[in-house]
Design a binder for this molecule. Sequence first.
Ligand code: ADP
Ligand code: MG
Length: 210
Amino acid sequence: MVLDANWAVKWLTLCAQAMAENRVWLIELDRAIGDSDHGENMDRGFQAVLDKLAEVPPETPGAALKLTAMTLISKVGGAAGPLYGTAFLRAAAALGDAMEVEPAAFAGALLAARDGIVARGKAEPGDKTMVDAWTPAAEAAVAAAADGAGSVLEVLVAAAEAAEAGAAATDPMVARKGRASYLGERSAGHRDPGAASSALILRAAVGAAA
Ligand code: ADP
Ligand code: MG
């Protein structure tokens, strides 16, 4: 398995599918601690990404992620659009114009994405945001790639599993950033919607390589 432009297009296609399938769940998560728009935002954004991919088929994984960033920035309002836009833009820059993504490069792209989200939103781990999914995901990918033994699929799986655990770990947290922070202690007991959608995105990366 190589992570080439076809993989990237499949990844983004599976992201769009996951956002459509989980639209109502993400709306409900955001209804509990936000303003109910996250599912709609993500579904609309990734459907627009699909349209763009069909219009201008990207030649490299980096180009696919850059197109995604631009589309999400222009189509997704609220906090998540600029945050995901920055994440995909930084990941695209990390990949450059390579035709294929090596395991360590994928891990590096996840770290760059996480750093972009932190630079933009200033959240720290434990603030109950998407950073709580991206940080363990990037670290798990780095660890899996550093083993050397890690196949590319193992690196993708490590990232997805860590993102899912990270998203679940936001349930008891009290939000300190974003709209959910207005609720204070009442934000505890609910999963952060952005952490949930981040885990869906990283799980889709596995599906595209399987
Ligand atoms: P909005 O909050 O503007 O309605 P969304 O509902 O689409 O936007 O996205 C909310 C998600 O954005 C949250 O669940 C959280 O994961 C993420 N988020 C909000 N603010 C920040 C921040 N400062 N840093 C990182 N992530 C954030
Ligand atoms: Mg919202």
